[in-house]
Structures are given as structure tokens and as C-alpha cells.
Design a protein around this ligand. Structure first.
Ligand code: FES
Length: 231
């Protein structure tokens, strides 16, 4: 069986505009993922550019838009997509080449929310202890792999890229609700800002897009509520 692939191509050094290039490939016998398909295409056309590393849905580097949905190419079976597979870079991101986008603004927003544990107190003889119940408060948001599938699927981000975005809020959530952390107030002050959590319009695109199954919209709502508790 033949597979038709329509691939976004753009090399700013050569092309005036982006375009969709069509490839036809014989479907391999074994089940493969979209990333394997890209690797097969790259054997034919070495100019195709995309990011990948772990092939296990862990590093977050292969996020792209496949048939209209942001997801990870390495965990998306080709069986899940239609006869003609359409592959685009993550939406609303500056394209460096083909499927490779510039992630600088995404990581600037991530850094803004202080995504690290802040605690100057002496930890004592052993590690800082935490009850299982306290750990559960942020269990879900520890799963983020910073692939940007959520932020780049958000309609608010598409119209206002100053919005800090779902991924940054998820990573703030991971520390705001950590009983060992002492900087929740600082993070919540940042997220109270006009470009913070209240920009969210609960479209749920982020929750749908998250390849790790994080309840992103719920995490944003948790943060919104928590900002109301600070003076
Ligand atoms: S290659 Fe690492 S998440 Fe896909």
C-alpha cells in the first residue's frame, strides 16, 4: 500500500514562501510511528529538517502538527492518521527550517515563572520530607516534557504571544503546590499579570494536545484560584 505524505517545507535561505511538498512512500510492513516515516523520507530527501532525540515520548523535541493536531511524531502511529498524512511545524512559531521552529520565546516564558525549587532553609540531616498527600497536589504537572504542544495549540497564544502560555503555567503549578517551596507568592504575582493565567479562556485545546495526558486546563484553573489567595 502506498502512503501519501504532504510535508511543510520552508528554507528561508532559498524559498520566498513556505509550500507543501508531496511524497509517496510504500507503507512498511510493520507498524511505525510518524517519526519513523519522517526518517524514511529523509533517507530519500536529506534536505528535510525536523527535531528528534529519544523516540520514546520523553524529550519533547519531535512535537509537530500532524493532520491538524499538535502531538509527538515519535508516539503517533501512522495507523491513526488518514491516507494522506499532512505534517506541519507547531503553529504560530517562527520557522527556522521545515519542521524546526524557534523555541526562544517559549523558553523565555518558562523561565519567567521560576521553574525550580526555592528554599533557603537548612534541609536538616536528610532530604526535605513531604507527605504522599502533599506530593499528589502537583503529581500531574511533574509530567510536562516542554514539547510546546499545549502552548502552540492555544488560541489566546495565537493572538497574543505575550501570553505566558499553558506550558509555563503548568511548570509554575508544579512548584506553587509543592509544600517544600517558598516562592509560590512570587510566582503567583507573575501569573496575576495581564499576560498571566487570567488570559486563559478555557478552550481546552491545551488539554487535548498534551501528549502526556496532563490536565492542563485544570492546572491553569488551580493557579487562577490560588492567585486570589495572595494579597
Ligand atoms: S523524539 Fe523525544 S519525544 Fe519524540
Amino acid at each position: 500500500m502506498e502512503l501519501n505524505v504532504s510535508l511543510y517545507r520552508y528554507n528561508p535561505e532559498k524559498d520566498e514562501f513556505p509550500y507543501m511538498k508531496k511524497y509517496t512512500i510504500t507503507k512498511p510492513e510493520k507498524d511505525i510511528m510518524v517519526l519513523d516515516l519522517l526518517n524514511l523520507l529523509k533517507e530519500e530527501d536529506t534536505s528535510i529538517s525536523y527535531r528528534r532525540s529519544c523516540r520514546e515520548g520523553i524529550c519533547g523535541s519531535c512535537a509537530m502538527n500532524i493532520d491538524g493536531t499538535n502531538t509527538l511524531a515519535c508516539t503517533k502511529p501512522i495507523e491513526d492518521v488518514k491516507k494522506e498524512i499532512k505534517i506541519y511545524p507547531l503553529p504560530h512559531m517562527p520557522v527556522i527550517k521545515d519542521l524546526v521552529v524557534n523555541m526562544d520565546s517559549f523558553f523565555d516564558s518558562y523561565k519567567k515563572v521560576m521553574p525550580f525549587l526555592v528554599n533557603e532553609d537548612e534541609p536538616g540531616e536528610r532530604e526535605r520530607l513531604q507527605s504522599p498527600e502533599d506530593r499528589d497536589r502537583f503529581e500531574d504537572t511533574t509530567k510536562c516534557i516542554l514539547c510546546a504542544a499545549c502552548t502552540t495549540s492555544c488560541p489566546v497564544f495565537w493572538t497574543a504571544d505575550t501570553y505566558v502560555g499553558p506550558a509555563a503555567i503548568v511548570n509554575a503549578h508544579r512548584f506553587v503546590f509543592d509544600s517544600r517551596d517558598n516562592a509560590s507568592k512570587q510566582r503567583l504575582e507573575i501569573l496575576k499579570d495581564v499576560d498571566g493565567a487570567f488570559r486563559c479562556r478555557t478552550a481546552f485545546n491545551c488539554t487535548t494536545a498534551c501528549p502526556r495526558g496532563i490536565q492542563v486546563t485544570k492546572a491553569i484553573e488551580d493557579i487562577k484560584r490560588e492567585t486570589l489567595t495572595i494579597n
